[in-house]
Design a protein around this ligand. Structure first.
Ligand SMILES: *Cc1c(COP(=O)(O)O)cnc(C)c1O
Length: 382
């Protein structure tokens, strides 16, 4: 089958297409998570994660967890919001709403300021609540709202957090390593991220970066975390020496170190950001020329993903399948956006030649008869 011989290019928002170097490292060695060589690996990963944004090195600590990005976000909320806390969450997409669901599930007090998914965060409503409700202890938000590709205005939200002295808990799952992050200016108490998005490693590990003082302040006898497995205080104590309370995804750790080395050698987050911008600007511009319009205003996009209106004559599945046959995996809109948009992420090992070929496939699809006109023909699959 020709489909199997094409190296798939993942244009979904993680896991990403790995470089050969990182993929090969996955198969390089088997390690026991209780041995000193694995502990040394984790200590090295922790240091390299902080070094991605050198501003974080003095006051913050990285904690490495096995799981996907959602696990890191949930560990952050379960551990760092105390039982008597009250969180104000700003949401304009799936991931902001998920934070509020986590708080509700763990019966923590929460308020949510929801904006429509295509819109910016509602900062005015958030400010009214911060002014009128003295019980709010924390603010939570999403940096890149991957639902639409919007880069949320963290400079403005961070200024609010500083003015009202509220620590910020940030879902940076799809921005860490690809966007500017201002730890002090945004009053970041902690952020959550994952190995398999802008860091270009394999899925299996995620990370919380939190103020060291916060992690040290765990109370006398009992951790304030509302979970055993997601207890960051417990992880922090044992990861000081590189060990973790539970079994880690050891192969994914080897790959994460390799990916962090590769990133640093390639010019760090700034170089990655510039490359993402180059690719995503090109995609939006050239797809517009084929009649495929972007979903947000140009200046609203983050660097790692773009959302587009589904072209005339195509539903998502038809477009997905046509591109998949050529070796490209695109991504659907979530929830109510499934029928109106599709998304293309541009993280991972995507070369200019890959982008040329992708645009060539789109050009061909858009200049031949729309898919709907071919429906029902033999071989049309759906
Ligand atoms: C990918 C992502 C997550 C986590 O999703 P997982 O499927 O658990 O990896 C959380 N927040 C944002 C903004 C994301 O893009």
């Amino acid at each position: 089958m020709s489909e199997e011989t094409i190296r798939p290019i993942l244009l979904n928002p993680g896991p990403v297409t790995l470089t050969d170097r990182v993929r090969q490292s996955l198969a390089s060695i088997d390690l026991c998570h209780r041995e000193p060589e694995f502990a040394a690996l984790i200590l090295d990963i922790k240091a390299r994660l902080l070094r991605v944004y050198p501003e974080a090195e003095s006051g913050y600590e990285a904690i490495v967890l096995s799981g996907s990005g959602t696990l890191a976000v949930e560990a952050m909320m379960q551990s760092l919001v105390p039982a008597d806390g009250k969180v104000l969450t700003l949401a304009n997409g799936v991931y902001g709403e998920r934070i509020d669901d986590m708080l509700a599930t763990s019966k923590k007090r929460s308020l949510i300021v929801k904006a429509a998914w295509p819109d910016p965060m509602d900062l005015a409503a958030a400010e009214r609540l911060l002014r009128d409700d003295p019980e709010i202890t924390h603010v939570a938000a999403v940096h890149n709202e991957t639902t639409t590709g919007r880069l949320n205005d963290l400079d403005a939200l961070g200024a609010l957090c500083r003015r009202y002295r509220k620590p910020l808990l940030l879902d940076a799952v799809s921005s860490f390593g690809g966007e500017r992050i201002a730890f002090e200016d945004w009053n970041i108490a902690a952020l959550a991220t994952t190995a398999n998005k802008c860091l270009h490693a394999a899925p299996g590990l995620c990370c919380v970066i939190a103020r060291r003082a916060l992690l040290e302040n765990r109370g006398e006898d009992r951790s304030p975390a509302a979970s055993i497995y997601l207890d960051l205080f417990r992880y922090h104590q044992s990861q000081k020496k590189g060990f973790s309370p539970y079994t880690m995804t050891t192969h994914a750790a080897v790959a994460l170190r390799e990916a962090l080395c590769e990133m640093q050698q390639g010019g760090g987050w700034q170089a990655r950001h510039a490359r993402y911008r180059e690719l995503s600007d090109r995609l939006r511009k050239e797809l517009a020329a084929f009649g495929i319009g972007r979903f947000l205003a140009e200046e609203d996009y983050c660097s790692m993903i773009s959302s587009f209106s589904l072209p005339e004559g195509y539903d998502y599945d038809t477009l997905h399948d046509a591109l998949k046959r050529e070796g490209f995996v695109i991504y659907a809109g979530q929830g109510g956006l499934f029928h109106s948009i599709f998304r293309i992420a541009n993280m991972g090992a995507i070369s200019d030649a890959d982008a040329d070929r992708l645009l060539g496939v789109f050009r061909r699809l858009m200049t031949t008869a729309p898919a709907s006109a071919r429906k029902g023909q033999a071989g049309d699959g759906r």
